[in-house]
Ligand binder design. Structure first.
Ligand SMILES: Nc1ncnc2c1ncn2[C@@H]1O[C@H](COP(=O)(O)OP(=O)(O)OP(=O)(O)O)[C@@H](O)[C@H]1O
Length: 245
């Protein structure tokens, strides 16, 4: 389970946004929790702080105060590589010169000196994402959806408690998206991970998540049942984002 408790992040304002009082820093503040086995969707306008939230959890950004707790352990001051966290990005970050098997292997053993168990584990992960027969291919010989599935396999073998997904669906068509979301849900449940999924499409949140957090201007504007947050009863701010006001 992941708990983000009163996590604050200060950053320099753009010069155009500096107010009359001359305040030149802005602050974000986040509170949320994600259960093991749950995907919490993160939705919100461009620049609202979605990626910053993920960067704070992964350790790419440092908070000014607050804490990040994973499975009862405070990880707030741990280094990036010490955190029980895996991140999957939109552009999947596969190495173009390495085959699929090696791209996944790097997730568990960057030196690539693999034990027999680890090799089996990688084959199992490739089976799980339906790409067992593709292990010798290079990323350029795969479709966008297949590449994204390889990135998920690499995340899967790392067996970390927290999975951060920064718009991994953005480049996929509707059918492929649904397929990847269903795969993600199965993975997250099987491995009991706490996952955060950034998306710009409310339909993705409805398919992926029982709960959704709407972020606005560096704060959690609303968190709750996806249908309550993004459905007919959504408030004015969210409706405006959804283009319905
Ligand atoms: N380290 C930093 N230094 C300065 N400004 C930062 C830093 N990190 C984030 N910001 C600012 O925080 C704001 C939110 O950025 P962020 O990337 O989190 O938005 P987002 O909601 O993910 O947007 P998008 O949907 O466009 O990806 C932006 O104004 C950005 O410039």
């Amino acid at each position: 389970m992941l708990t983000v408790d009163n996590l604050k992040f200060s950053y320099p304002k753009h010069s155009a946004d500096v107010d009359d009082k001359g305040t030149n820093t802005a602050e974000m503040q986040f509170n949320l929790d994600v259960q093991a086995g749950e995907i919490l969707s993160i939705i919100g306008p461009s620049g609202s702080g979605k990626t910053t939230l993920l960067n704070l959890i992964a350790g790419f950004n440092s908070p000014s105060s607050g804490s990040i707790i994973v499975d009862d352990v405070d990880i707030t001051s741990l280094k990036i590589h010490q955190r029980p966290v895996t991140t999957v990005f939109q552009d999947n970050n596969l190495f173009p010169h390495l085959d699929v098997f090696t791209n996944v292997a790097i997730g568990i053993q960057p030196s690539l000196k693999l034990t027999q168990d680890e090799k089996q584990h990688i084959h199992h992960a490739l089976e799980n994402v339906g790409l067992a027969d593709f292990h010798k291919r290079r990323p350029k010989e795969l479709s966008g959806g297949q590449r994204q599935r390889i990135a998920l396999a690499r995340a899967l073998v790392r067996k970390q408690s927290v999975l951060l997904l920064d718009e991994p669906l953005a480049a996929l068509g509707p059918a492929m998206k649904d397929e990847i979301i269903d795969l993600l849900k199965a993975m997250v449940e099987e491995q009991n991970m706490a996952a955060l999924l950034i998306s710009h499409q409310p339909t993705d949140a409805f398919r992926a998540s029982k709960r959704t957090a709407f972020i606005n201007q560096g704060k959690i504007h609303q968190i709750g049942n996806t249908a309550d947050v993004l459905g007919d009863s959504a408030d004015k701010v969210i409706k405006q984002y959804l283009g319905e006001s």
